[in-house]
Design a protein around this ligand. Structure first.
Ligand code: FAD
Length: 418
């Protein structure tokens, strides 16, 4: 999103991606349902993310938004709207968007360092198939989820200490030959009973039986649960992939044997990267809090709207899951920091408390932030490449012109007040 957004605003952009495709966790980790477009019946994300969603639907990659019960088999289910999608189609549409935007791209290219001069990042080091590259730029957007550029540039970060509890990772997998309709017709009680049975036999690893359909016969299953591991520790990350695949094999056998609709299922794919919910975050010019989320604090420099849900996986494995009463504003200051003036951090690594992070980490919110990051970076040139110097009005105006909804005041009139 940030790439396309900045390029459409006239910036010369290079996007560097460590995997082979774009789309982030939605493609590489097969997190195949977009949450965060809607808060209740209010659609609070427009602009480029909505264009992306519409193009995925038009390509047959999704049937569109649907009502859904999140964490249905747990004690705390939540009704919301989601957009389930086929990650392979998302890869195709993401390619089109990037290529059409005129941005340059490097995939299979991993940022592994950053150079800094005083309060500026001057370049990043990138490991590529052809060796190490040094790339300089006037402005940098860190959309890595793990604050990779910010970390290498020495920006202040929260929750860096090793051993800190992080929300569990999950390795997502895809089963073919599933009677998805039959599974969906089960009552919540039936699903919960089977989930508890699987946990008792050690074949399921938590009671979330999340299934995202692809067509009528494929199920993308988000059911593995890897707690107590830190993706920034290389040994933990390796363990997560190995244990994750072990869990996938146990879960798939259990579903085939026990879950209505899964008797003929085949393992069709395992995500190429374990899904990471939480790592480090920027300590920015503003720290977004749970109070800001729940109370929908108004910000003069709002650049995106979050919808929720607030979804925090606690240390004891329990979910803290609820929908804020209304869409909430996210300020540009949660994406910038005083010590590195030409850096914008976007996505799940923005400056937020752990609880607020639980509400902003959904993909539609990450995409809305990505669009905002593109505008911040593209327009910073007129202000000495100091993203903190941009007048609020400039960014909000350009975002609005691009169809985005940067603040609650930009919602359609009927939904502008709760
Ligand atoms: C198991 C799981 C289930 C989830 N369920 C949902 C859900 O149902 N719906 C929903 O909307 N959200 C869900 N989320 C949350 C959501 O997927 C993430 O919070 C969101 O994708 C974060 O977006 P991001 O752009 O910040 O990071 P990411 O989507 O992780 O994108 C970061 C990108 O940066 C790349 N990158 C990382 N490091 C480097 C580097 N060093 N060099 C170059 N490139 C790099 C990555 O390859 C990736 O493409 C879930 C997350 C997980 C892990």
């Amino acid at each position: 999103m940030a790439t396309v957004s900045a390029a459409r605003q006239g910036a010369r952009v290079l996007v560097v991606e460590t995997s082979g495709c774009f789309g982030g966790a939605g493609t590489t980790s097969m997190v195949a349902q977009w949450l965060g477009f809607y808060n209740g019946e209010t659609c609070a994300v427009g602009g480029l993310p909505m264009e992306f969603a519409e193009r995925v639907i038009a390509r047959g990659g999704s049937n569109g938004f649907e009502n859904y019960v999140l964490a249905e088999a747990t004690v705390r289910p939540l009704h919301l709207k989601r957009l389930p999608f086929n990650p392979e189609i998302v890869k195709l549409v993401a390619d089109e968007l990037v290529l059409e935007s005129g941005a340059s791209a490097l995939v299979h290219a991993r940022i592994c360092g950053a150079s800094r001069d005083d309060d500026r990042v001057t370049g990043v080091q990138i490991e590529t198939s052809g060796g190490r590259l040094n790339v300089g730029a006037s402005c940098f957007i860190d959309a890595t989820g793990d604050a990779v550029v910010a970390r290498h540039a020495g920006a202040p970060l929260a929750d860096v200490q090793a051993g800190r509890h992080r929300m569990g990772m999950s390795l997502v997998f895809r089963l073919s030959h599933v009677d998805v309709a039959r599974f969906r017709a089960l009552s919540r009680q039936e699903k919960r009973a089977i989930a508890l049975e699987g946990m008792a036999t050690g074949e399921l690893f938590w009671d979330v039986l999340s299934v995202s359909p692809v067509g009528t016969s494929d199920a993308i299953c988000l059911m593995s649960h890897l707690d107590g591991l830190d993706n920034l520790d290389p040994n933990d990350l390796t363990r997560a992939e190995f244990i994750g695949r072990y869990q996938v094999s146990r879960i798939a056998s259990f579903l085939k044997r026990r879950m209505p609709g899964f008797a003929a299922c085949e393992l069709a794919g395992i995500a190429s990267h374990v899904g990471v919910r939480e790592s480090v975050r920027l300590v920015g010019d503003y720290l977004l809090t749970e109070q800001d989320v729940v109370g929908a604090t108004p910000f003069e420099d709002a650049v995106a709207l979050g919808c929720g849900p607030l979804d925090v996986h606690e240390e004891d494995g329990k979910l803290r899951l609820f929908m804020p009463a209304q869409p909430f504003e996210i300020p540009a200051r949660s994406m910038t920091c005083i010590s590195v003036r030409n850096l914008v951090v976007t996505g799940r690594a923005i400056s937020a408390t752990r609880e607020a992070n639980g509400a902003i980490r959904h993909q539609a919110t990450a995409m809305a932030l990505g669009q905002a990051a593109g505008h911040l970076a593209a327009h910073a040139g007129a202000y000495g490449w100091d993203v903190r110097a941009l007048p609020h009005g400039t960014v909000q105006k350009s975002l609005t012109a691009a169809g985005a909804l940067p603040s609650r005041g930009h919602l359609p009139p009927a939904t502008a007040v709760s």
